[in-house]
Design a protein around this ligand. Structure first.
Ligand SMILES: Cc1ncc(C[n+]2csc(CCOP(=O)(O)OP(=O)(O)O)c2C)c(N)n1
Ligand SMILES: [Mg+2]
Length: 561
Protein backbone atom coordinates (compact mmCIF):
# COMPACT_ATOMS: atom_id res chain seq x y z
CA UNK A 1 0.00 0.00 0.00
CA UNK A 2 1.47 3.34 -1.01
CA UNK A 3 1.94 5.91 1.71
CA UNK A 4 -0.98 8.26 2.12
CA UNK A 5 -3.47 5.65 0.92
CA UNK A 6 -6.60 5.30 3.04
CA UNK A 7 -6.14 2.29 5.35
CA UNK A 8 -9.84 1.62 5.05
CA UNK A 9 -9.57 1.05 1.31
CA UNK A 10 -10.78 -2.40 0.30
CA UNK A 11 -12.81 -2.89 3.44
CA UNK A 12 -16.40 -4.02 3.49
CA UNK A 13 -19.01 -2.57 5.75
CA UNK A 14 -18.96 -5.82 7.77
CA UNK A 15 -15.24 -5.34 8.43
CA UNK A 16 -15.88 -1.95 9.95
CA UNK A 17 -18.90 -3.21 11.91
CA UNK A 18 -16.70 -5.93 13.39
CA UNK A 19 -14.07 -3.33 14.30
CA UNK A 20 -16.74 -1.20 15.94
CA UNK A 21 -17.76 -4.14 18.14
CA UNK A 22 -14.14 -5.02 18.92
CA UNK A 23 -13.39 -1.50 20.04
CA UNK A 24 -16.39 -1.66 22.38
CA UNK A 25 -14.26 -4.16 24.29
CA UNK A 26 -16.27 -7.22 23.25
CA UNK A 27 -14.20 -10.23 24.25
CA UNK A 28 -16.86 -12.94 24.02
CA UNK A 29 -19.66 -13.40 21.51
CA UNK A 30 -22.19 -16.24 21.42
CA UNK A 31 -22.99 -16.98 17.81
CA UNK A 32 -24.87 -19.07 15.31
CA UNK A 33 -24.00 -18.22 11.74
CA UNK A 34 -26.03 -17.64 8.61
CA UNK A 35 -25.83 -15.49 5.50
CA UNK A 36 -26.64 -12.32 7.37
CA UNK A 37 -24.01 -12.48 10.13
CA UNK A 38 -21.23 -14.88 9.16
CA UNK A 39 -18.85 -12.42 7.48
CA UNK A 40 -19.19 -10.01 10.36
CA UNK A 41 -18.73 -12.76 12.98
CA UNK A 42 -15.69 -14.19 11.24
CA UNK A 43 -14.06 -10.75 11.21
CA UNK A 44 -14.97 -10.20 14.86
CA UNK A 45 -13.15 -13.43 15.73
CA UNK A 46 -10.08 -12.11 13.89
CA UNK A 47 -10.07 -9.16 16.28
CA UNK A 48 -9.42 -11.62 19.10
CA UNK A 49 -13.00 -11.94 20.32
CA UNK A 50 -13.75 -15.39 21.71
CA UNK A 51 -16.58 -16.84 19.66
CA UNK A 52 -18.75 -19.53 21.24
CA UNK A 53 -20.62 -21.19 18.41
CA UNK A 54 -23.84 -22.67 19.78
CA UNK A 55 -26.34 -25.00 18.14
CA UNK A 56 -29.53 -23.00 18.74
CA UNK A 57 -29.91 -19.21 18.63
CA UNK A 58 -31.93 -19.14 21.83
CA UNK A 59 -28.88 -20.48 23.62
CA UNK A 60 -26.63 -17.77 22.20
CA UNK A 61 -28.78 -15.06 23.75
CA UNK A 62 -29.43 -16.97 26.98
CA UNK A 63 -25.69 -17.57 27.41
CA UNK A 64 -25.04 -13.87 26.79
CA UNK A 65 -27.51 -13.12 29.61
CA UNK A 66 -25.59 -15.16 32.16
CA UNK A 67 -22.33 -13.73 30.81
CA UNK A 68 -23.66 -10.19 31.35
CA UNK A 69 -24.87 -10.92 34.89
CA UNK A 70 -21.63 -12.60 35.87
CA UNK A 71 -19.14 -10.25 34.18
CA UNK A 72 -20.93 -6.94 34.64
CA UNK A 73 -20.31 -6.30 30.92
CA UNK A 74 -22.73 -5.99 28.01
CA UNK A 75 -23.48 -9.50 26.73
CA UNK A 76 -23.07 -9.95 22.99
CA UNK A 77 -24.68 -12.51 20.71
CA UNK A 78 -25.31 -12.83 17.02
CA UNK A 79 -28.00 -14.53 14.95
CA UNK A 80 -28.85 -14.50 11.29
CA UNK A 81 -31.92 -12.80 9.86
CA UNK A 82 -35.44 -14.26 9.69
CA UNK A 83 -35.40 -17.75 11.26
CA UNK A 84 -32.31 -16.87 13.28
CA UNK A 85 -34.06 -13.89 14.77
CA UNK A 86 -37.38 -15.63 15.45
CA UNK A 87 -35.56 -18.32 17.47
CA UNK A 88 -34.65 -15.83 20.19
CA UNK A 89 -38.20 -14.87 21.16
CA UNK A 90 -37.98 -16.58 24.55
CA UNK A 91 -34.52 -15.35 25.49
CA UNK A 92 -35.21 -11.68 24.77
CA UNK A 93 -38.12 -11.21 27.19
CA UNK A 94 -36.17 -13.18 29.78
CA UNK A 95 -33.31 -10.70 29.41
CA UNK A 96 -35.71 -7.75 29.53
CA UNK A 97 -37.30 -9.00 32.76
CA UNK A 98 -33.92 -9.65 34.32
CA UNK A 99 -32.75 -6.18 33.21
CA UNK A 100 -29.67 -7.49 31.46
CA UNK A 101 -27.76 -5.32 28.98
CA UNK A 102 -27.21 -7.13 25.68
CA UNK A 103 -26.32 -6.11 22.15
CA UNK A 104 -27.38 -8.61 19.52
CA UNK A 105 -26.10 -8.38 16.00
CA UNK A 106 -28.83 -9.77 13.77
CA UNK A 107 -28.70 -9.59 10.06
CA UNK A 108 -31.59 -8.38 8.02
CA UNK A 109 -32.83 -9.54 4.64
CA UNK A 110 -31.14 -7.85 1.69
CA UNK A 111 -32.68 -4.60 0.56
CA UNK A 112 -31.87 -5.00 -3.09
CA UNK A 113 -34.08 -8.01 -3.84
CA UNK A 114 -37.81 -7.85 -4.41
CA UNK A 115 -38.21 -11.14 -2.57
CA UNK A 116 -36.12 -13.06 -0.07
CA UNK A 117 -37.24 -16.30 1.54
CA UNK A 118 -35.97 -15.42 5.04
CA UNK A 119 -37.41 -11.91 5.03
CA UNK A 120 -39.73 -11.09 7.90
CA UNK A 121 -40.63 -7.85 9.60
CA UNK A 122 -38.17 -8.25 12.47
CA UNK A 123 -38.86 -5.09 14.42
CA UNK A 124 -42.32 -6.05 15.78
CA UNK A 125 -41.00 -9.39 17.02
CA UNK A 126 -38.28 -7.68 19.00
CA UNK A 127 -40.55 -4.85 20.16
CA UNK A 128 -43.02 -7.40 21.54
CA UNK A 129 -40.34 -8.75 23.86
CA UNK A 130 -39.60 -5.35 25.37
CA UNK A 131 -36.15 -5.18 23.77
CA UNK A 132 -35.29 -2.40 21.34
CA UNK A 133 -34.62 -2.86 17.63
CA UNK A 134 -32.63 -0.64 15.30
CA UNK A 135 -32.52 -1.14 11.57
CA UNK A 136 -29.18 0.12 10.31
CA UNK A 137 -29.62 1.19 6.71
CA UNK A 138 -27.02 3.96 6.30
CA UNK A 139 -23.58 2.36 6.18
CA UNK A 140 -21.54 5.42 7.12
CA UNK A 141 -23.53 5.86 10.34
CA UNK A 142 -23.35 2.20 11.38
CA UNK A 143 -20.30 2.50 13.66
CA UNK A 144 -22.05 5.28 15.55
CA UNK A 145 -25.20 3.20 15.78
CA UNK A 146 -23.13 0.35 17.28
CA UNK A 147 -21.68 2.69 19.87
CA UNK A 148 -25.13 4.01 20.69
CA UNK A 149 -26.48 0.48 21.06
CA UNK A 150 -23.87 -0.24 23.74
CA UNK A 151 -24.72 3.00 25.50
CA UNK A 152 -28.44 2.24 25.34
CA UNK A 153 -28.08 -1.35 26.53
CA UNK A 154 -26.13 -0.17 29.58
CA UNK A 155 -28.30 2.81 30.39
CA UNK A 156 -31.64 1.07 29.91
CA UNK A 157 -30.37 -2.32 31.06
CA UNK A 158 -32.08 -4.22 28.31
CA UNK A 159 -31.25 -5.96 25.04
CA UNK A 160 -30.75 -3.90 21.91
CA UNK A 161 -30.97 -5.76 18.60
CA UNK A 162 -29.24 -4.39 15.52
CA UNK A 163 -30.67 -5.42 12.16
CA UNK A 164 -28.24 -4.90 9.30
CA UNK A 165 -29.28 -5.99 5.78
CA UNK A 166 -26.57 -8.27 4.57
CA UNK A 167 -26.27 -6.70 1.16
CA UNK A 168 -25.39 -3.45 2.90
CA UNK A 169 -22.81 -5.30 5.00
CA UNK A 170 -21.13 -6.47 1.81
CA UNK A 171 -20.77 -3.00 0.30
CA UNK A 172 -17.36 -1.38 0.14
CA UNK A 173 -16.72 0.87 3.08
CA UNK A 174 -16.51 4.52 2.12
CA UNK A 175 -16.74 6.12 5.52
CA UNK A 176 -13.06 6.82 6.19
CA UNK A 177 -10.66 5.37 8.71
CA UNK A 178 -11.75 6.79 12.02
CA UNK A 179 -14.27 5.09 14.22
CA UNK A 180 -16.23 6.97 16.87
CA UNK A 181 -14.97 6.85 20.43
CA UNK A 182 -16.29 3.72 22.17
CA UNK A 183 -19.32 3.82 24.45
CA UNK A 184 -17.33 3.46 27.67
CA UNK A 185 -15.76 6.87 27.08
CA UNK A 186 -19.24 8.37 26.93
CA UNK A 187 -20.67 6.75 30.03
CA UNK A 188 -21.59 9.39 32.59
CA UNK A 189 -19.55 8.99 35.73
CA UNK A 190 -22.30 8.50 38.29
CA UNK A 191 -21.80 8.87 42.00
CA UNK A 192 -24.13 6.95 44.30
CA UNK A 193 -27.16 9.00 45.32
CA UNK A 194 -27.10 9.94 49.03
CA UNK A 195 -30.40 10.11 50.91
CA UNK A 196 -31.97 13.42 51.94
CA UNK A 197 -31.82 14.02 55.73
CA UNK A 198 -35.63 14.34 55.88
CA UNK A 199 -35.97 10.96 54.27
CA UNK A 200 -33.51 9.44 56.74
CA UNK A 201 -35.34 10.94 59.71
CA UNK A 202 -38.67 9.65 58.42
CA UNK A 203 -37.25 6.18 57.81
CA UNK A 204 -35.56 6.14 61.23
CA UNK A 205 -38.89 7.00 62.88
CA UNK A 206 -40.58 4.10 61.10
CA UNK A 207 -37.82 1.67 62.08
CA UNK A 208 -37.90 3.04 65.63
CA UNK A 209 -41.58 2.09 66.01
CA UNK A 210 -41.13 -1.47 64.73
CA UNK A 211 -40.41 -4.45 66.95
CA UNK A 212 -39.78 -7.31 64.58
CA UNK A 213 -37.78 -6.19 61.56
CA UNK A 214 -36.38 -8.05 58.56
CA UNK A 215 -33.74 -6.32 56.44
CA UNK A 216 -34.15 -7.74 52.96
CA UNK A 217 -31.65 -7.17 50.15
CA UNK A 218 -32.09 -7.50 46.40
CA UNK A 219 -29.81 -7.17 43.40
CA UNK A 220 -29.77 -3.38 43.85
CA UNK A 221 -28.06 -3.98 47.19
CA UNK A 222 -25.63 -6.41 45.59
CA UNK A 223 -24.70 -3.90 42.88
CA UNK A 224 -24.31 -1.04 45.34
CA UNK A 225 -22.10 -3.15 47.61
CA UNK A 226 -24.67 -2.71 50.37
CA UNK A 227 -24.27 -6.17 51.91
CA UNK A 228 -22.10 -5.04 54.88
CA UNK A 229 -24.35 -2.00 55.49
CA UNK A 230 -27.42 -4.27 55.57
CA UNK A 231 -25.73 -6.52 58.11
CA UNK A 232 -24.91 -3.49 60.26
CA UNK A 233 -28.44 -2.18 59.92
CA UNK A 234 -29.87 -5.53 61.00
CA UNK A 235 -27.54 -5.61 64.00
CA UNK A 236 -28.46 -2.06 64.94
CA UNK A 237 -32.22 -2.61 64.93
CA UNK A 238 -32.35 -6.22 66.17
CA UNK A 239 -33.43 -7.39 62.74
CA UNK A 240 -33.07 -10.61 60.80
CA UNK A 241 -31.68 -10.70 57.26
CA UNK A 242 -33.05 -12.09 54.01
CA UNK A 243 -32.51 -11.73 50.29
CA UNK A 244 -34.59 -11.95 47.15
CA UNK A 245 -34.08 -15.12 45.09
CA UNK A 246 -31.71 -13.49 42.55
CA UNK A 247 -29.57 -12.12 45.40
CA UNK A 248 -29.57 -15.41 47.30
CA UNK A 249 -26.42 -16.05 49.28
CA UNK A 250 -25.62 -12.40 50.06
CA UNK A 251 -25.85 -13.18 53.81
CA UNK A 252 -25.11 -16.90 53.63
CA UNK A 253 -22.70 -16.84 56.58
CA UNK A 254 -24.75 -14.61 58.87
CA UNK A 255 -26.22 -16.35 61.92
CA UNK A 256 -29.42 -14.35 61.56
CA UNK A 257 -30.00 -14.89 57.88
CA UNK A 258 -33.38 -16.31 56.86
CA UNK A 259 -32.08 -17.06 53.37
CA UNK A 260 -34.49 -16.50 50.50
CA UNK A 261 -37.58 -14.32 50.85
CA UNK A 262 -40.34 -15.46 48.55
CA UNK A 263 -42.04 -18.58 47.29
CA UNK A 264 -38.78 -20.46 47.96
CA UNK A 265 -38.56 -19.41 51.63
CA UNK A 266 -37.71 -22.07 54.17
CA UNK A 267 -40.05 -23.09 56.98
CA UNK A 268 -38.10 -20.99 59.47
CA UNK A 269 -38.07 -17.98 57.15
CA UNK A 270 -41.83 -18.20 56.75
CA UNK A 271 -42.36 -18.41 60.48
CA UNK A 272 -40.12 -15.40 61.15
CA UNK A 273 -41.60 -13.32 58.34
CA UNK A 274 -45.06 -14.05 59.77
CA UNK A 275 -43.94 -12.38 63.01
CA UNK A 276 -42.38 -9.37 61.28
CA UNK A 277 -43.99 -5.95 61.56
CA UNK A 278 -41.52 -4.20 59.23
CA UNK A 279 -39.54 -5.27 56.20
CA UNK A 280 -36.76 -2.89 55.20
CA UNK A 281 -36.30 -3.68 51.51
CA UNK A 282 -32.88 -2.55 50.34
CA UNK A 283 -32.31 -2.42 46.58
CA UNK A 284 -35.30 -4.67 45.87
CA UNK A 285 -37.85 -4.13 43.10
CA UNK A 286 -40.37 -5.96 45.32
CA UNK A 287 -41.45 -8.41 42.67
CA UNK A 288 -44.59 -10.50 43.16
CA UNK A 289 -42.66 -13.69 43.97
CA UNK A 290 -40.45 -11.88 46.48
CA UNK A 291 -43.36 -11.52 48.91
CA UNK A 292 -45.01 -14.74 47.72
CA UNK A 293 -47.81 -12.59 46.36
CA UNK A 294 -48.16 -10.72 49.66
CA UNK A 295 -48.51 -13.87 51.78
CA UNK A 296 -44.98 -13.97 53.21
CA UNK A 297 -45.24 -11.01 55.59
CA UNK A 298 -48.96 -10.54 56.24
CA UNK A 299 -48.36 -8.39 59.33
CA UNK A 300 -45.53 -6.20 58.13
CA UNK A 301 -45.34 -2.89 56.35
CA UNK A 302 -42.51 -2.30 53.91
CA UNK A 303 -39.93 0.49 53.94
CA UNK A 304 -38.15 0.52 50.62
CA UNK A 305 -34.64 1.95 50.19
CA UNK A 306 -33.96 2.33 46.51
CA UNK A 307 -32.82 4.82 43.88
CA UNK A 308 -36.15 4.32 42.11
CA UNK A 309 -38.70 3.54 44.82
CA UNK A 310 -42.25 2.52 43.91
CA UNK A 311 -45.43 1.88 45.82
CA UNK A 312 -47.09 -0.50 43.41
CA UNK A 313 -44.99 -3.28 41.93
CA UNK A 314 -46.19 -6.05 39.63
CA UNK A 315 -49.83 -5.40 40.36
CA UNK A 316 -49.81 -5.05 44.13
CA UNK A 317 -49.10 -2.41 46.74
CA UNK A 318 -45.62 -3.49 47.66
CA UNK A 319 -44.14 -0.67 49.74
CA UNK A 320 -45.68 1.66 52.31
CA UNK A 321 -42.83 4.11 52.79
CA UNK A 322 -39.68 4.99 50.92
CA UNK A 323 -36.19 6.29 51.29
CA UNK A 324 -34.77 7.36 47.98
CA UNK A 325 -31.06 6.61 48.00
CA UNK A 326 -28.34 4.36 46.78
CA UNK A 327 -28.80 1.09 48.66
CA UNK A 328 -25.49 1.30 50.51
CA UNK A 329 -25.65 4.99 51.37
CA UNK A 330 -29.30 4.70 52.41
CA UNK A 331 -28.64 1.73 54.70
CA UNK A 332 -25.54 3.40 56.18
CA UNK A 333 -27.41 6.63 56.86
CA UNK A 334 -30.16 4.70 58.56
CA UNK A 335 -27.65 2.90 60.78
CA UNK A 336 -26.19 6.26 61.79
CA UNK A 337 -29.63 7.67 62.60
CA UNK A 338 -30.80 4.79 64.78
CA UNK A 339 -30.04 4.42 68.48
CA UNK A 340 -28.73 0.99 69.45
CA UNK A 341 -31.33 -1.37 70.82
CA UNK A 342 -31.10 -4.52 72.90
CA UNK A 343 -31.14 -7.81 71.04
CA UNK A 344 -34.41 -9.62 71.64
CA UNK A 345 -35.27 -11.28 68.36
CA UNK A 346 -31.61 -11.97 67.59
CA UNK A 347 -31.20 -14.56 70.35
CA UNK A 348 -28.73 -17.42 70.52
CA UNK A 349 -31.66 -19.82 70.55
CA UNK A 350 -33.04 -18.39 67.31
CA UNK A 351 -29.61 -18.54 65.65
CA UNK A 352 -29.38 -22.19 66.64
CA UNK A 353 -32.82 -22.94 65.19
CA UNK A 354 -31.92 -21.13 61.98
CA UNK A 355 -28.75 -23.19 61.72
CA UNK A 356 -30.32 -26.56 62.39
CA UNK A 357 -33.86 -26.48 61.01
CA UNK A 358 -34.10 -27.99 57.51
CA UNK A 359 -35.76 -25.81 54.86
CA UNK A 360 -38.61 -28.32 54.66
CA UNK A 361 -39.25 -31.14 57.10
CA UNK A 362 -42.29 -32.77 55.47
CA UNK A 363 -41.80 -36.57 55.45
CA UNK A 364 -42.17 -38.51 52.16
CA UNK A 365 -41.88 -42.21 51.36
CA UNK A 366 -39.38 -42.63 48.53
CA UNK A 367 -39.26 -45.67 46.25
CA UNK A 368 -36.18 -47.93 46.46
CA UNK A 369 -33.46 -46.95 43.99
CA UNK A 370 -34.63 -43.35 43.85
CA UNK A 371 -33.39 -40.38 45.86
CA UNK A 372 -35.19 -37.75 47.88
CA UNK A 373 -34.19 -34.44 46.18
CA UNK A 374 -33.44 -32.99 49.60
CA UNK A 375 -30.87 -35.70 50.30
CA UNK A 376 -29.32 -35.05 46.88
CA UNK A 377 -28.88 -31.37 47.67
CA UNK A 378 -27.45 -32.09 51.12
CA UNK A 379 -24.93 -34.52 49.61
CA UNK A 380 -23.95 -32.06 46.87
CA UNK A 381 -23.62 -29.26 49.38
CA UNK A 382 -21.11 -31.35 51.30
CA UNK A 383 -19.23 -32.69 48.28
CA UNK A 384 -18.88 -29.77 45.86
CA UNK A 385 -15.83 -27.55 46.40
CA UNK A 386 -16.56 -24.11 47.83
CA UNK A 387 -14.90 -22.21 44.98
CA UNK A 388 -16.91 -23.72 42.11
CA UNK A 389 -19.47 -21.57 40.34
CA UNK A 390 -22.99 -22.95 40.74
CA UNK A 391 -25.87 -22.27 38.36
CA UNK A 392 -29.49 -23.05 39.18
CA UNK A 393 -32.06 -23.65 36.50
CA UNK A 394 -35.82 -23.97 36.62
CA UNK A 395 -38.61 -26.44 37.24
CA UNK A 396 -39.74 -28.11 40.44
CA UNK A 397 -36.21 -29.21 41.30
CA UNK A 398 -34.88 -25.65 41.41
CA UNK A 399 -36.55 -25.12 44.78
CA UNK A 400 -34.38 -27.86 46.28
CA UNK A 401 -31.16 -26.68 44.62
CA UNK A 402 -31.75 -23.12 45.86
CA UNK A 403 -31.29 -24.37 49.43
CA UNK A 404 -27.53 -24.76 49.71
CA UNK A 405 -26.72 -22.71 52.79
CA UNK A 406 -22.95 -22.43 52.37
CA UNK A 407 -23.03 -20.97 48.86
CA UNK A 408 -22.52 -17.21 48.59
CA UNK A 409 -24.09 -14.90 46.02
CA UNK A 410 -20.83 -14.56 44.06
CA UNK A 411 -20.84 -18.27 43.29
CA UNK A 412 -24.50 -19.04 42.68
CA UNK A 413 -26.42 -17.77 39.66
CA UNK A 414 -30.19 -17.49 39.55
CA UNK A 415 -31.96 -15.90 36.58
CA UNK A 416 -35.63 -16.82 36.31
CA UNK A 417 -37.67 -13.65 36.00
CA UNK A 418 -39.48 -14.94 32.88
CA UNK A 419 -40.06 -18.41 34.31
CA UNK A 420 -38.87 -20.28 31.22
CA UNK A 421 -37.35 -23.74 31.43
CA UNK A 422 -34.56 -24.85 29.09
CA UNK A 423 -32.02 -22.16 29.97
CA UNK A 424 -29.75 -24.09 32.30
CA UNK A 425 -27.11 -25.22 29.80
CA UNK A 426 -26.94 -21.76 28.24
CA UNK A 427 -26.58 -20.05 31.59
CA UNK A 428 -23.81 -22.46 32.54
CA UNK A 429 -22.01 -21.71 29.26
CA UNK A 430 -22.33 -17.98 29.91
CA UNK A 431 -20.88 -18.36 33.40
CA UNK A 432 -18.07 -20.57 32.11
CA UNK A 433 -17.18 -17.88 29.56
CA UNK A 434 -17.33 -15.10 32.14
CA UNK A 435 -15.33 -17.02 34.77
CA UNK A 436 -12.75 -18.88 32.67
CA UNK A 437 -10.74 -20.07 35.66
CA UNK A 438 -13.68 -21.68 37.43
CA UNK A 439 -15.38 -25.01 37.27
CA UNK A 440 -19.10 -24.49 36.72
CA UNK A 441 -21.79 -26.78 38.09
CA UNK A 442 -25.23 -26.63 36.53
CA UNK A 443 -28.23 -27.90 38.48
CA UNK A 444 -31.02 -28.76 36.10
CA UNK A 445 -34.14 -30.85 35.63
CA UNK A 446 -34.41 -33.57 32.97
CA UNK A 447 -37.13 -31.68 31.08
CA UNK A 448 -35.20 -28.42 31.03
CA UNK A 449 -31.98 -30.16 30.01
CA UNK A 450 -33.59 -32.09 27.17
CA UNK A 451 -35.17 -28.90 25.79
CA UNK A 452 -31.71 -27.74 24.65
CA UNK A 453 -29.63 -30.89 25.02
CA UNK A 454 -27.89 -30.13 21.71
CA UNK A 455 -25.70 -27.68 23.59
CA UNK A 456 -23.81 -30.58 25.18
CA UNK A 457 -22.01 -30.54 21.86
CA UNK A 458 -21.14 -26.84 22.27
CA UNK A 459 -19.78 -27.52 25.75
CA UNK A 460 -17.54 -30.27 24.38
CA UNK A 461 -16.38 -28.38 21.28
CA UNK A 462 -15.38 -25.35 23.31
CA UNK A 463 -13.92 -27.38 26.16
CA UNK A 464 -16.05 -25.65 28.78
CA UNK A 465 -15.41 -27.09 32.28
CA UNK A 466 -19.03 -27.72 33.20
CA UNK A 467 -20.46 -30.42 35.44
CA UNK A 468 -24.19 -30.90 34.88
CA UNK A 469 -26.16 -32.43 37.74
CA UNK A 470 -29.65 -33.43 36.69
CA UNK A 471 -32.46 -34.31 39.06
CA UNK A 472 -34.13 -36.84 36.86
CA UNK A 473 -37.72 -37.53 37.85
CA UNK A 474 -38.52 -38.68 34.32
CA UNK A 475 -41.07 -35.92 34.02
CA UNK A 476 -42.02 -32.31 33.86
CA UNK A 477 -42.22 -32.47 37.62
CA UNK A 478 -43.92 -29.13 38.17
CA UNK A 479 -46.80 -30.22 35.96
CA UNK A 480 -46.97 -33.69 37.49
CA UNK A 481 -47.35 -32.32 40.99
CA UNK A 482 -49.95 -29.77 39.94
CA UNK A 483 -51.99 -32.21 37.83
CA UNK A 484 -51.91 -34.72 40.65
CA UNK A 485 -53.16 -32.13 43.13
CA UNK A 486 -55.94 -31.29 40.70
CA UNK A 487 -56.89 -34.96 40.41
CA UNK A 488 -56.13 -34.97 36.68
CA UNK A 489 -54.12 -37.45 34.63
CA UNK A 490 -50.40 -36.71 34.69
CA UNK A 491 -49.66 -38.72 31.55
CA UNK A 492 -48.93 -35.63 29.43
CA UNK A 493 -46.05 -34.73 31.70
CA UNK A 494 -44.50 -38.13 32.48
CA UNK A 495 -41.99 -39.27 29.87
CA UNK A 496 -39.85 -41.77 31.78
CA UNK A 497 -36.22 -41.50 32.74
CA UNK A 498 -34.04 -41.21 29.65
CA UNK A 499 -30.49 -42.49 30.17
CA UNK A 500 -28.97 -39.02 30.38
CA UNK A 501 -25.51 -40.34 31.25
CA UNK A 502 -25.43 -42.32 28.02
CA UNK A 503 -26.68 -39.30 26.09
CA UNK A 504 -23.86 -37.21 27.55
CA UNK A 505 -21.32 -39.86 26.61
CA UNK A 506 -22.76 -39.85 23.11
CA UNK A 507 -21.93 -36.16 22.90
CA UNK A 508 -18.37 -36.88 24.05
CA UNK A 509 -18.79 -35.78 27.67
CA UNK A 510 -18.37 -37.88 30.76
CA UNK A 511 -21.62 -39.40 31.96
CA UNK A 512 -22.55 -41.20 35.17
CA UNK A 513 -25.72 -42.24 36.92
CA UNK A 514 -25.62 -41.46 40.63
CA UNK A 515 -27.06 -44.50 42.39
CA UNK A 516 -25.31 -43.93 45.71
CA UNK A 517 -25.03 -40.43 47.14
CA UNK A 518 -22.15 -41.58 49.34
CA UNK A 519 -20.10 -41.91 46.15
CA UNK A 520 -20.32 -38.16 45.42
CA UNK A 521 -17.05 -37.08 47.10
CA UNK A 522 -15.13 -39.67 45.13
CA UNK A 523 -16.94 -38.65 41.91
CA UNK A 524 -16.08 -35.00 42.58
CA UNK A 525 -12.42 -35.96 43.04
CA UNK A 526 -12.43 -37.90 39.77
CA UNK A 527 -14.11 -35.06 37.89
CA UNK A 528 -11.63 -32.52 39.30
CA UNK A 529 -8.68 -34.63 38.26
CA UNK A 530 -9.65 -34.64 34.60
CA UNK A 531 -10.29 -32.04 31.94
CA UNK A 532 -13.60 -31.62 30.22
CA UNK A 533 -17.26 -31.69 31.06
CA UNK A 534 -19.54 -34.34 32.52
CA UNK A 535 -23.15 -35.03 33.32
CA UNK A 536 -24.41 -36.80 36.42
CA UNK A 537 -27.86 -38.21 36.15
CA UNK A 538 -29.46 -38.44 39.60
CA UNK A 539 -32.68 -40.45 39.60
CA UNK A 540 -35.08 -38.80 42.05
CA UNK A 541 -38.53 -39.67 43.27
CA UNK A 542 -41.50 -37.72 42.00
CA UNK A 543 -43.26 -38.28 45.31
CA UNK A 544 -41.40 -35.50 47.11
CA UNK A 545 -43.45 -32.38 46.53
CA UNK A 546 -41.87 -29.02 47.23
CA UNK A 547 -43.53 -26.73 49.77
CA UNK A 548 -44.14 -24.25 46.94
CA UNK A 549 -46.46 -26.69 45.19
CA UNK A 550 -48.01 -27.94 48.44
CA UNK A 551 -49.01 -24.37 49.28
CA UNK A 552 -50.13 -23.24 45.84
CA UNK A 553 -51.75 -26.52 44.80
CA UNK A 554 -53.16 -28.26 47.87
CA UNK A 555 -54.66 -31.62 46.93
CA UNK A 556 -58.30 -31.40 45.86
CA UNK A 557 -60.58 -34.31 46.44
CA UNK A 558 -62.32 -35.31 43.27
CA UNK A 559 -66.01 -34.53 43.11
CA UNK A 560 -65.82 -32.08 45.99
CA UNK A 561 -66.29 -28.47 44.96
C1 LIG B 1 -40.29 -22.63 27.91
C2 LIG B 1 -41.23 -23.21 28.93
N1 LIG B 1 -42.07 -24.22 28.57
C3 LIG B 1 -42.88 -24.77 29.50
C4 LIG B 1 -42.86 -24.34 30.80
C5 LIG B 1 -43.76 -24.98 31.84
N2 LIG B 1 -42.93 -25.72 32.81
C6 LIG B 1 -42.60 -25.21 34.00
S1 LIG B 1 -41.71 -26.23 34.94
C7 LIG B 1 -41.74 -27.43 33.75
C8 LIG B 1 -41.13 -28.77 34.01
C9 LIG B 1 -39.66 -28.78 33.97
O1 LIG B 1 -39.24 -30.10 34.05
P1 LIG B 1 -37.82 -30.46 34.60
O2 LIG B 1 -36.80 -29.56 34.01
O3 LIG B 1 -37.62 -31.91 34.44
O4 LIG B 1 -37.89 -30.05 36.13
P2 LIG B 1 -38.85 -30.71 37.25
O5 LIG B 1 -40.03 -29.81 37.33
O6 LIG B 1 -39.20 -32.08 36.77
O7 LIG B 1 -38.03 -30.73 38.48
C10 LIG B 1 -42.46 -27.01 32.63
C11 LIG B 1 -42.71 -27.81 31.42
C12 LIG B 1 -42.00 -23.27 31.11
N3 LIG B 1 -41.94 -22.78 32.34
N4 LIG B 1 -41.17 -22.75 30.17
MG1 LIG C 1 -38.11 -33.44 35.67
Amino acid sequence: MSSGQDASAGLHVYDVLARAFAQEGVTTCFALLGDANMNWATRLAEHGCRMIYVRHEHCAVAAAMAFARKSGKVGVATVTCGPGLTQIMTALPAAVRARLPLVIFAGEAPLKSGWYNQAINQAPFVAATGADYHSLHWPERMPLAVRDAFLQARRERRPVVLGVPFDLQELSWTGGERLPRPARTFMPRLSPIPPHPDGVAHAAAIVGCARRIVVMAGLGAVEAGAGPACRLLAERCDALLATTLPARGLFHDDAFSLGIAGGFSSEMARACFAEADLVVAVGCSLAHHNSDGGKLWPNASVLQIDIDPATVSQGRVAANSHLRADARLGAEALVAALPPRAAEWRSTALAERLRTTPPDSEPFEVEPGLHDPRDVVAALEAALPADWQLVNSSGHCSYFFAHMPSRPYERFLTIREFGAIGNGISFAMGVAAACPDSTVVLFDGDGSLLMHVQELDTIRRHGLPILIVVMNDGAFGSEVHKLRAEGLSESGAVFGRADLAAIARGFGLGGDTVRDLAALPEMVARFSAQDGAALWDVPVSDRVTSPVIRRTHPPRRRGVS
